[in-house]
Design a protein. Structure first.
Length: 461
């Protein structure tokens, strides 16, 4: 039952059923067409024979009769040998003369010239009727030429038998061919099933690798492979994210545990306890920031997470962010060179955009040397707003640029993880916020030339 419930079996059965219906229609139309063609030939012959004997008819006592000439006798003999029947009817329907096989033909008065099929005993007769008129134009009677339809019926019956004998053979061949075609067409689906089963066992590296024609099945297999690429990439990102998050959480916890164990190892002065508590407080603050960032990223990753868009002035927002970060810049004697547009209306989530630009500017402050300058430029565009943040840091190597917005990635891998070091999530959060707003962040840099982060935010209006 499972075999007959398979898609391959159902497609084959539907294919055979369609071929069977097509054969039935074809056979019926073929038989009907042949029958009508033979009947048309019958009619032509009957009409031609009538034209040959009509000149041998004369009027006698107001009724049509045949001549008894030699030519007529020869023609009549030929018609008799051909199985034709010829007769003359009076206007009242009585048979006045005739020759050949006309005795079993029922008597009828035609309504006009033309062909008619009559049933006589166990036979069918085809009859052609033609009016006979006198010299004065008066109707004398009718000339009727007939012939049995038995040869035609036998030919049609033979054709039907041949079609009925060929139909099972054709259906069997079509069923076999359909099964082979369907099997080859559905082979990629078997590959998809096997690949899915392998993936279900944990092997995400498997692919269909379809090499057939680029048809619907081929496009399905290619789409499946691309989906697997995306799934594998997402799975690898999650693995790396989990491992990095565990590592980032372990580092401050290890530091806290070590400081506490050293402090408790022997009695200490109050000042040493205070120092230990301050160190523990810094590590706890780092843990709180890390967990906050991780929670924020998790919320952004949710499919139903949407930004709360509202009208705002991006220039005012940036000015507020710069004012809040001014103490950090003053601590390193860094100058904010502002080139902000007077008004920059936009639709966006105020809190998320504050976080985006805070992360970018905080990153610029970290890598700008003391007494340096950070330039912030804004400009309005037809489709939105563009913000450029240019620092005077050491720059970023070209091979590091593609990975800069990855989670837990640090351009300076050797940088100490102090309270200003961060966990490598700031730029990842910034680019995710920009993406949620329909925009993007682009970075350009070269070693020794600083870095420029360009944020584009479209306006939905």
């Amino acid at each position: 039952m499972r075999r007959w419930n398979s898609l391959r079996a159902r497609l084959t059965l539907w294919y055979v059923l369609l071929v069977g219906v097509t054969l039935a229609l074809f056979g019926a139309l073929t038989v009907f067409g042949v029958q009508q063609r033979l009947l048309a030939q019958y009619d032509i012959i009957l009409q031609s024979n009538a034209a040959q004997v009509v000149h041998s008819i004369r009027e006698e006592n107001g009724f049509p009769v045949f001549d008894d000439s030699r030519i007529f006798q020869t023609t009549a003999q030929r018609f008799i040998l051909g199985g034709f029947g010829v007769r003359l009817l009076g206007c009242d329907g009585t048979v006045r003369d005739g020759f050949g096989a006309y005795e079993n033909l029922p008597t009828f008065i035609p309504s006009g010239a033309g062909h008619t099929t009559l049933n006589a005993a166990d036979d069918s007769m085809r009859v052609y009727s033609q009016p006979i008129k006198g010299s004065d134009g008066r109707l004398l009677g009718w000339l009727q030429v007939s012939r049995t339809l038995a040869p035609l019926d036998e030919g049609v019956a033979t054709l039907q038998q041949q079609l009925l004998l060929l139909a099972p053979i054709i259906l069997a061949l079509m069923a076999l061919g359909g099964f082979v075609i369907v099997r080859r067409a559905l082979r990629p689906l078997d590959q998809l099933t096997q690949t899915a089963q392998t993936i279900g066992r944990g092997d995400l590296a498997q692919r269909v690798n379809y090499r057939g024609a680029p048809d619907e099945i081929g496009r399905l297999a290619a789409t499946f492979d691309r989906m697997l690429d995306s799934v594998q990439a997402a799975f690898e990102r999650e693995k790396r994210f989990t491992a990095d998050a565990a590592h980032e959480l372990r580092t401050p916890l290890t530091a806290i545990k070590g400081r506490i164990e050293v402090t408790l190892n022997q009695p200490r002065a109050n000042q040493e306890y205070a120092t230990t508590l301050r160190d523990v407080d810094r590590q706890v603050n780092r843990l709180m920031k890390l967990t906050t960032d991780l929670l924020f990223l998790a919320r952004l990753d949710q499919p139903n997470a949407h930004a709360n868009l509202a009208p705002l002035d991006l220039s005012d927002l940036l000015a507020s962010v710069l004012d809040s970060l001014q103490p950090l810049a003053d601590a390193k004697q860094i100058i904010f060179a502002r080139a902000l547009a007077s008004e920059l209306p936009l639709h966006g989530d105020f809190d998320q955009l504050v976080r985006l630009f805070t992360n970018l500017l905080d990153n610029a402050i970290k890598f700008t040397p003391p007494n340096g300058t950070i330039t912030i430029t804004t400009r309005a565009e037809h489709t939105g707003a563009r913000v450029e943040i240019r620092d005077a840091g050491i720059g970023i190597a070209p091979e590091q640029l593609p990975h800069l917005f990855e989670r837990f990635y640090r351009a300076d891998a050797n940088r100490a993880r102090d309270e200003r070091g961060g966990a490598g999530l700031g730029l990842a959060i910034a680019t995710e916020i920009a993406r949620r707003h329909g925009g993007n962040i682009v970075v350009t840099s070269a070693p020794g030339c600083g870095a420029t982060f360009t944020v584009f935010l479209p306006n939905p209006n």
